[in-house]
Design a protein around this ligand. Structure first.
Ligand SMILES: Nc1nc2c(ncn2[C@@H]2O[C@H](COP(=O)(O)OP(=O)(O)OP(=O)(O)O)[C@@H](O)[C@H]2O)c(=O)[nH]1
Length: 396
């Protein structure tokens, strides 16, 4: 069977164009930056190949030079964009200027030295192959938040394409007589065309997998996050808090639950408007995030009520946390909201009688009620045992 290299290149170009139209049609237009750059990458690849095929109709004429330069620029830029989208998807974006610099220098060097065949073929393939290896490196870096399948697919495709690209570059630069032009029926050209076609199919599948993974991650984040404050919502907080509590019981480390509720919040809404009320909730959520340590857990429990788990923490440290938060809220609320915002808090340290999170929450809630009843703007520590707690607790 005789494979015609130019025909394979034309088929490939048509396929890349089809993919660059199909991807946005499948993903939609309102996608994140990673997916957008991946789509743009296929579009540039299609453009690059279009000019490459076009260039083969005018060998060694000025049209060949213009089309080839555009082809190299498009292909190289396409690789940079794919590399960038992988950085975003894996949560490890890198500075892009070295890659862009390579693209610009290669395009310039290629255009200026076009008459020198070994130079231009060696340079272009060397740089393109290097950029492909950068992609292989990007997908092979440890990224626990992303699946390995799509990364492995891209790594495989780019590894194979880089191999034929370097092979072509070495032939062009050092064995020019055996590799006279791009569409010559040389094995490297046939293999390159086949590898490119195969790699396009698999890379497209990998891009769609990465996109689906991103969409799933976003959906999950939305499902566990409170829209207004960006803290965990009640269900997610409860789930995680139960796990924290189980850990604390298993390893015997101290843990404190804090329930806090903004004081006179109805008045905040009535006097300053609902938007200001929302801003107040966001302010307290932000300060909570800033004041908490890594393993601690804050969530919006409902309306103007928040719940916090302080791990490896005893009552004294929890009281210091409350003092810090209270102090920051006083300062920031005057500055940002234009009025003083305060909260009441109930604090319950895990004791031997607490069988579940519900027990702890009940005691913290009773203490919060006490704080409200005692005049607000203060913290109350729940008595340690559930028996004592039920004695002081007043139904909320
Ligand atoms: N702006 C805003 N207000 C909310 C939100 N969720 C609940 N609220 C309001 O929070 C207010 C809570 O009022 P109350 O339960 O009477 O509590 P309070 O006025 O803070 O009184 P105390 O807790 O006893 O100090 C209600 O007016 C709710 O409408 C929200 O997401 N945004």
């Amino acid at each position: 069977m005789e494979l015609d290299v130019r025909t394979l290149m034309v088929v490939f170009t048509v396929n890349v164009f089809a993919v660059s139209l199909a991807l946005p049609a499948i993903m939609g237009w309102r996608v994140g930056p990673a997916a957008r750059q991946a789509v743009l990458s296929t579009l540039l690849q299609a453009g690059g190949w279009f000019f490459l095929v076009l260039s083969t109709f005018w060998r060694q004429q000025w049209q060949d030079q213009v089309c080839s330069v555009l082809a190299m620029a498009g292909m190289s830029a396409s690789l940079v964009l794919l590399w960038r989208s992988i950085g975003l998807w894996t949560g490890r974006p890198q500075r892009a200027w070295p890659m862009w610099t390579l693209t610009v220098l290669m395009t310039l060097g290629y255009g200026i030295g076009f008459e020198n065949y070994p130079w231009r073929v060696g340079l272009a393939n060397g740089v393109l192959g290097t950029q492909m290896l950068a992609i292989v490196f990007a997908v092979s870096r440890h990224s626990p938040a992303t699946g390995w399948r799509w990364r492995a697919l891209i790594g495989l495709c780019m590894g194979a394409t880089a191999t034929v690209t370097f092979w072509r570059g070495i032939l062009g630069a050092f064995f020019t007589a055996s590799y006279p032009f791009l569409t010559a029926p040389h094995p490297v050209n046939k293999v390159a065309a086949l590898v490119s076609n195969l790699s396009l199919v698999l890379t497209t599948a990998a891009i769609l997998m990465a996109y689906r993974e991103e969409a799933e991650r976003e959906l999950h984040a939305q499902a566990i996050t409170d829209d207004l404050t960006r803290l965990l919502n009640r269900r997610a907080w409860t789930e995680r808090a139960e796990a924290q509590l189980a850990d604390a019981r298993r390893y015997g480390h101290p843990l404190v639950v804090v329930m806090l509720d903004i004081d006179h919040f109805k008045h905040v809404n009535d006097a300053h408007g609902h938007a200001k009320g929302d801003h107040a909730l966001q302010l307290l959520a932000r300060l909570l995030r800033e004041e908490l340590r890594g393993g601690d857990l804050a969530g919006r429990y409902g309306g103007e009520e928040f719940c916090v788990i302080l791990t490896h923490t005893r009552e004294g440290q929890a009281l210091s946390f409350d003092q810090r938060l209270r102090h920051c809220l006083r300062l920031q609320s005057e500055q940002e909201l234009g009025f003083l915002l305060e909260y009441s808090a109930g604090l319950a340290a895990q004791g031997p009688n607490d069988q579940s999170l519900d027990d702890l929450l009940r005691r913290a809630d009773a203490a919060l009620y006490e704080a409200k009843r005692a005049g607000r703007g203060q913290v109350v520590l729940a008595p340690r045992s559930t028996v004592e707690a039920s004695a002081t607790a007043v139904p909320a």
